[in-house]
Ligand binder design. Sequence first.
Ligand SMILES: [Fe+2]
Ligand SMILES: [Fe+2]
Length: 147
Amino acid sequence: MPFMQWTEMLAIDGGTVDRQHQALFDAVNAFHDAVAQGQERTAVASALDFLRTYGEQHFADEESALAAMAYPRLDQHRRQHQQFLGQVAVFRAQLLEGGGGLGHSMSQFLGSWLVNHIMVADKAYASFQRGSSGRLKAYDGPSEASA
Ligand SMILES: [Fe+2]
Ligand SMILES: [Fe+2]
């Protein structure tokens, strides 16, 4: 049983965004496992580096999609992404300074941030997109999508 498990409740677009979110869950799980296995500081930090790199890519993709749909809350959304990346950088520095005992609370924070962000902020742009485009996405399920 992985630490973080993506479920359909977190679905945003039934496609690329969901796959990227699943990969972010995998990255948090890899970090969690590295901490739980007591891996060396550098290995734990590099698990965090992967999360940062992949997160930057996902956030950039999402922000350009939001810009393309003229999403009115793009700035707030981008700030949340930046805060997350800032927190990852702080964690990385703490780990390398020897704060290995903080690993569990770090993975808790990263996991719950991700779930909350998807459930609230990402869902908000998904519903804006459905409303503004007038198109129903796979996310809505087959009954509505086929109507
Ligand atoms: Fe987002
Ligand atoms: Fe996202």
